[in-house]
Design a protein around this ligand. Structure first.
Ligand code: BEZ
Length: 223
């Protein structure tokens, strides 16, 4: 089981682009890793197709993308044609690799097995995990959905924007934040130091009279 801040395992795996060693593939970039229970399943097909269509958004943010499904490379290569068809993607090739985890070794190692959902043979399914890994190979985000719930990849893009912004500035992003919205100044930044980072600070009055709800706008903050 990998926890936030842990080094993501440097596993070796077969993928649709050949064998990879994970840290070499990562190549000191940000990455999103997302997993699937199995090939030729309806929800997974819609998710992988969505990621095909969102590739320009991942590329704009300089994020690498890798998927995992618990079937063989040969199966993935056949399934890719269905995914491309569903995505209405008519270009050559496939824009990101898919790891073959036939024996569920990575699914177990990365804590992705859901004991509550079973396949037709009664075996526990692999959940829909999303991991974000930073250029130092540290895991920075982990979300786990059951197999029966498809993910919202626009939410994943939003998190990526928050992570790269809060990495650079002493801010945190509030509820339902989206790029361009105001951000919160970290409680660890003192009242004296805050003005040297931010030109516009507004402090929200609260019954406690504590001045912890400090906002600033995103002007000049580049993720
Ligand atoms: C699906 O991708 O549709 C799916 C896979 C496993 C369990 C439930 C749904």
């Amino acid at each position: 089981m990998v926890l936030l801040g842990d080094e993501f395992p440097n596993f070796k795996a077969n993928t649709t682009i050949g064998e990879i060693q994970f840290h070499d593939w990562l190549d000191k970039k940000w990455a999103i890793f997302f997993s699937h229970p199995s090939d030729y399943t309806p929800v997974c097909t819609t998710e992988l197709a969505e990621v095909v269509n969102l590739m320009p958004e991942f590329e704009k943010r300089n994020f690498k993308v890798i998927a995992l499904s618990c079937d063989s490379v040969a199966s993935h290569l056949g399934w890719i044609e269905d995914i491309k068809s569903y995505a209405k993607c008519y270009s050559e090739g496939f824009p990101y690799p898919i790891i073959a985890d036939e024996n569920r070794e990575l699914a177990v190692q990365l804590g992705m097995i859901d004991p509550l959902e079973k396949d037709k043979d009664g075996l526990p399914l692999t959940a829909r995990a999303v991991f974000i890994i930073d250029p130092e190979a540290k895991m920075r985000l982990s979300i786990l959905y059951p197999a029966t719930t498809g993910r919202n990849f626009r939410e994943v893009l939003r998190v990526m924007d928050s992570l790269t912004l809060t990495e650079k500035y002493p801010v945190a992003t509030p509820v339902n934040w989206k790029p361009g919205d105001n951000v919160m100044i970290l409680p660890t930044l003192s009242e004296e130091d805050a003005p040297s980072f931010f030109a516009n600070i507004s402090t929200i009055a609260l019954p406690s009279e504590k001045k912890y709800l400090r906002m600033t706008n995103c002007d000049g903050l580049v993720p």
